[in-house]
Design a binder for this molecule. Structure first.
Ligand SMILES: C[S@@+](CC[C@H](N)C(=O)[O-])C[C@H]1O[C@@H](n2cnc3c(N)ncnc32)[C@H](O)[C@@H]1O
Length: 257
């Protein structure tokens, strides 16, 4: 491993939703040339295996019973490794700019004079839509996509949910599985019909992916069926177009004869 104190840099890389064939070529090349690899909880073993022998591999997210590292610990670790002259790859699930703390990490590293490069990835919403045959926007039906997250603060859903009342907005909700009941109540209170089509997609992108079709009103019950994997919720008219993976494959085989 060659170290060059001048050349240390950090690449904040999106690994996509799981399978390595949903990584970009640039992301694969970044991991293949990493001298230090810091990876999050949802990163697949196949993606980690792309790192070359001799690359320092450090898990930063909760995985196999281990605890997550604190953000400031991760920041300091990236800085220390880059200052040793290493090419550091911070591999994150999906796209680093969507709930991936890319802004905080870039600001910290650049503030310490470390060059940063961001490599985009396929975010969970795009992977879910592609896999289950629905669009995120649709002419005349869905003119906007809102990428949002849902969390409780003092028992109530935090943040401004007025955008949720817009019937032409597709809501792509990250980290919302555990607050589905509060989420659906708040959106209905904001004026969205309880009959609005919705889906929950668990482990989007891979062979284990599961689709839970429902409506805004039945969202909490649908979430009760999930198996503990990462879940993305999509609410909006476009969700009515979602089809199971089996249906998508059947259509495909019919189309090719
Ligand atoms: C911290 S956020 C990271 C999002 C990621 N940067 C992205 O662009 O997909 C983690 C949340 O993203 C969603 N998520 C990530 N990967 C997923 C997947 N493969 N299937 C479904 N949801 C996923 C889940 O809501 C999960 O709780």
């Amino acid at each position: 491993m060659s170290h060059d104190a001048q050349a240390g840099r950090v690449l904040l890389v999106g690994a996509g939703p799981g399978p390595v064939d949903l990584m970009t070529v640039r992301a694969v090349r970044a991991v293949e040339s990493a001298q230090a690899l810091l990876y999050d909880a949802l990163i697949s073993d196949d993606a980690i295996a792309l790192a070359p022998p001799g690359c320092v591999r450090i898990q930063t997210g909760k995985r196999a019973g281990r605890l997550s590292m604190h953000q400031d610990e991760i920041n300091r670790l990236m800085l220390r490794l880059a200052r040793k002259g290493l090419r550091v790859v911070r591999l994150k699930g999906g796209d680093p700019s969507i709930f991936g703390r890319v802004g905080e990490e870039s600001a910290f590293l650049q503030g310490h004079g470390v060059p940063v490069e961001v490599v985009p990835g396929v975010t969970a919403a795009c992977a879910a839509a592609a896999q289950f045959g629905f669009p995120l926007t649709h002419r005349g039906e869905a003119r906007r996509v809102v990428f949002t997250t849902a969390r409780l603060e003092a028992g109530a859903l935090a943040g401004d949910w007025s955008a949720a009342s817009d019937p032409e907005a597709t809501m792509a909700i990250y980290m919302g599985g555990e607050v589905a009941g509060a989420l659906s109540e708040r959106m209905i209170a904001a004026g969205r019909s309880p009959d609005t089509p919705a889906v929950a997609v668990e482990q989007a992108g891979g062979v284990e992916a599961r689709l839970y079709p429902c409506t805004l009103g039945t969202l909490a019950a649908a979430l009760g069926e999930t198996r503990g994997g990462p879940v993305l919720i999509v609410i909006g008219e476009v969700a009515a177009q979602a089809r199971s993976a089996g249906d998508v494959l059947e259509e495909l085989s019919r189309a090719v004869g």
